[in-house]
Every structure is written in C-alpha cells, then in structure tokens.
Design a protein around this ligand. Structure first.
Ligand SMILES: [Zn+2]
Length: 209
C-alpha cells in the first residue's frame, strides 16, 4: 500500500515526506530520472558487462536511477514495464521491471537458458524509440535465471507478455535492439499509423527455484 506523500516546504530544498504510520514519517529520496538513450546512440549496440556480488552495492545508485527513470516514463507514456541498464548509459547486465501494482524487480546477470519451441509474433515497442513499433518473432516461453541483490540465484518460467518483455530486455544487454530483429521490410510502423497496441497484460511469471 503506498504511503500518503506531502511536500515539506520548511526544508531547504523542500523535501517529499511519506506518512509511514500515524505520527511517523520518512523523507522520500529525490527521484533521479536519467535521460533514456535513443536509437542511434552507439553504446546501445554494445555488450554489457556481467556483475560480481561486490559490484551490486557499488551500483545501488544506478539501480535506483533505473527504477526512477522507468517510473517516470510509465507516468508520462502509460506503458513501459521494464528497462535495461544500458538504456540510461549503465553498461552492466541489470534489468528493472515493474508490472502494474506488483513489487518492482531487479534482475542481475539475467540469462535466458531455455526456450519453448513455439514462436510467436507481435509488435514490440521500446523506450529507446517510443514512436516506433517493430514486428518481431520469438519463442513464446522461456526460462530466466538471474541473481537478486543478495546474490541468491532464481529461476523463473516466463510465458506470454513476460516472456516477450524479458527477452527484449536481455537482448538490450547484448547490444541487440528490436529494430535488428524486424521480420521483414513491412515490420516497422510509426506508432500513430498503426492500430493501437493492445495494452492488456497476459502471461505467467512462475517461480521455479
Ligand atoms: Zn527496449
């Protein structure tokens, strides 16, 4: 349940305060929204570096920036459920995800290590080219192995929109964009010229281990 927020203007600078329970409050850290690198930026095509456990604490601020930037994009555009670190210029293998009101996730060193044989096609979008849709084909389900901030390993089975979303994000970590995966020359469309993308959400995020 989100806490009620109010602006305390007696501070210099003013600070956002959350009422965490009656009579108690906490200062909300300022959002650190970073510019999202756009298609054409050379670093989006580079391979990102894997982390060690020691790197996690050094990258706390960048991970918070990643979540803040995603939230700001969601608030402005009404879509965008995940973002990869290189999209804000952080060349590490980190993905942030927030679907609806579910708790946000951070995936460290995510690896897609199993795929279902059936492929599906759909129109993909991306915060790095928000006006463009790209028709792509990819496995309809896959297994993701990743570490959390405490360096515990997890495995999840993904189907539907979760599978599409996280395959897209892991591709970012390999320097691969959806534009490179267009099915054919008719598989690119400007958002406004194409039927509205279906914003309903389907799919499974099933914890295996
Ligand atoms: Zn993207």
């Amino acid at each position: 349940m989100p806490f009620p927020l109010f602006l305390f203007e007696g501070g210099n600078p003013p600070v956002l305060v959350a009422l965490t329970r009656p009579g108690e409050c906490a200062i909300v850290p300022p959002m650190a929204v970073q510019p999202i690198l756009q298609l054409g930026t050379p670093s989006l095509f580079e391979l990102c570096q894997a982390l060690t456990h020691d790197d996690v604490s050094r990258l706390d601020e960048q991970v918070q920036d990643l979540h803040d930037t995603m939230r700001a994009f969601q608030a402005e555009h009404g879509w965008g459920r995940a973002i990869a670190a290189p999209q804000i210029g952080v060349q590490w293998r980190i993905v942030a995800m927030r679907v609806g009101e579910d708790a946000p996730h951070t995936f460290y060193n995510p690896v897609l290590d199993q795929h279902a044989p059936e492929e599906v096609e759909y129109w993909e979008d991306c915060m790095s080219f928000p006006d463009l849709l790209v028709r792509v084909r990819m496995p309809g389900a896959c297994r993701l192995t990743y570490r959390d901030a405490q360096w515990r390993e997890h495995r999840v089975w993904l189907t539907g929109d979760y599978a599409a979303l996280l395959q897209h994000e892991v591709d970012h970590l390999d320097g691969v964009l959806a534009t490179q995966q267009a099915i054919d020359e008719r598989s690119l469309a400007l958002r406004g010229t194409h039927a509205a993308k279906d914003l309903s959400w389907n799919g499974e995020f099933r914890i295996l281990t």
